[in-house]
Design a protein around this ligand. Structure first.
Ligand SMILES: O=C(O)CCC(=O)C(=O)O
Ligand SMILES: [Fe+2]
Length: 442
């Protein structure tokens, strides 16, 4: 399989993790962090107006407002309602992750509060909880502008074959943690801390050989590494930061990290991608696929070429949650939206040129953004109309596309999308799979 071209990124001169007291402009965020793929922590102003920060925390103690959370989330008109949430047991490793199960939210909050009152460390961590899907009416927070160019949530919340997203809430007592990992699909994540402190340890990319053993097992917990199994782990370059209440961490693409909660911690996070890390996602799907192919290489002889492609794609979807059609459909959905925005903004520019002579000023840019808001409403309307034909009732609220001011120039985005689509099209196996199995015209 050909490898996709990666834009060069240089991690060798990083000294530490930047802290910005106030939110950067989109332009600054893109140039200093998104494009070079570097982490940053942003001060608490970014989140201070959120309902989650105002109502989920006791102002006197800084601890979670356990009673308020139970009342707001586990009751309807004074009656208890049962909400099932995903939890991880931080003391049991299962394969490469913690043992997962589900639990009633009220019970979780009660147990957590008890541990907290007794100053005991916790073991159960509520994580990957799809908060918006469960409480679409609640408005706990707003996605900050700098994280709005988010193709994963834009695409996933419009998918016609599933009702899903990458928007989560995490709640855990003292000592809960998330083991060493890089995020799904090599996506970015942002994580806003509502209360408690999170200790993040970040490892820049391209050091995987230091935390992988001969059998391809990865380090699980960076604080308990077997030096015989991973003799070179201590050589890995790393950066640590303590995220305070209200602060937001930007986690770049493909950076391995581990997170420890200090005290009772609640956070909100999204996984996301856009034109700045699309090449890394493409690289990630290619390496996931190579791994699948390696693992069933012994079966290759016994099947014809097309059967082999189909089986590899099925396993890729099962193991990694995506196949060529997922990535193709996401890029195509975003491409259609961007083309629409290009058309609308060029119409407005023409109209403004006619009205004002050729002077394109700030007012004009504002008009483009306003009009862009209308583009959003139109696309939202189109999605609702299409939803009439869905086999399921969509409960996950739509993630709105970014305004023009919240994304790079549309032409650059289109170029990157076209490059990715061309790469997929030029791969013989992907091309066959998309056309003949998925019925997509390329
Ligand atoms: O907060 C945690 O425990 C994990 C968060 C995380 O890994 C992420 O946001 O990428
Ligand atoms: Fe992560």
């Amino acid at each position: 399989m050909p490898t996709p071209p990666l834009r060069p990124r240089n991690y060798s001169s990083i000294q530490g993790i930047d802290y910005l007291e106030t939110s950067p402009s989109y332009e600054e965020f893109r140039n200093r962090y998104l494009e070079p793929n570097l982490p940053v922590v942003i001060g608490p102003d970014l989140t201070k107006h959120w309902r989650a920060r105002q109502q989920w925390v006791c102002p006197e103690t800084g601890k979670p407002n356990f009673a308020g959370l139970r009342e707001q989330l586990c009751e309807e008109e004074g009656q208890p309602v049962s909400i099932l949430v995903p939890v991880a047991d931080c003391q049991i490793k299962e394969f490469t992750d913690q043992k997962r199960s589900t639990m009633d939210l009220r019970e979780f909050l009660e147990q957590w509060e008890l541990n907290s009152k007794q100053n005991q460390p916790s073991r159960i961590y509520l994580k990957d909880f799809h908060f918006l899907k469960t409480f679409p009416w609640y408005h706990a927070y707003e996605t900050p502008d700098i994280f709005r160019d988010d193709w994963m949530n834009e695409f996933w919340t419009r998918r016609l074959d599933m009702d899903d997203d990458y928007r989560f809430v995490y709640c855990g007592g003292d000592n809960t943690f998330t083991p060493f990992h890089a995020d799904v699909y090599r996506s970015y994540s942002w994580s806003a801390n509502i209360c408690g402190i999170k200790k993040w340890t970040f490892f820049p990319p391209d050091q995987e050989h230091l935390y992988c053993d001969k059998l391809n097992n990865m380090v699980y917990d960076i604080e308990n590494v077997n030096p015989v199994q991973f003799p070179n782990f201590h050589k890995a370059k790393r950066f640590t930061t303590y995220q305070q209440p209200g602060q937001t961490v930007f986690v770049p693409s493909g950076w391995w990290h581990q997170v420890h909660n200090i005290g009772d911690t609640i956070s909100i996070n999204h996984n996301w991608c856009n034109g700045s890390n699309l090449d890394l996602l493409l690289g990630s799907i290619c390496s996931d696929l190579e791994e699948v192919e390696r693992s069933i290489d012994h079966l290759k002889e016994s099947m014809d070429e097309n059967e082999w492609i189909k089986i590899c794609q099925r396993l890729l979807l099962l193991n990694s949650g995506w196949d060529w059609s997922t990535l193709w459909d996401m890029c195509n959905t975003i491409r259609n939206r961007v083309i629409y925005q290009v058309k609308v903004s060029s119409c407005i520019r023409k109209e403004c040129d006619n009205n004002n002579g050729n002077d394109i000023d700030n007012d004009n840019d504002n008009r483009i953004d306003e009009q862009n808001g209308e583009v959003e409403n139109l696309s939202l309307f189109a999605t609702f109309k299409r939803d009439d034909h869905l086999d399921f009732k969509r409960s996950t609220p739509i993630f709105e596309p970014p305004l023009i001011s919240q994304q790079p120039p549309l032409e650059l985005t289109l170029r990157r999308l076209n490059e990715a689509l061309d790469f997929i099209r030029s791969d013989k196996a992907a091309n066959w799979f998309l056309r003949h199995v998925k019925g997509i015209s390329l």
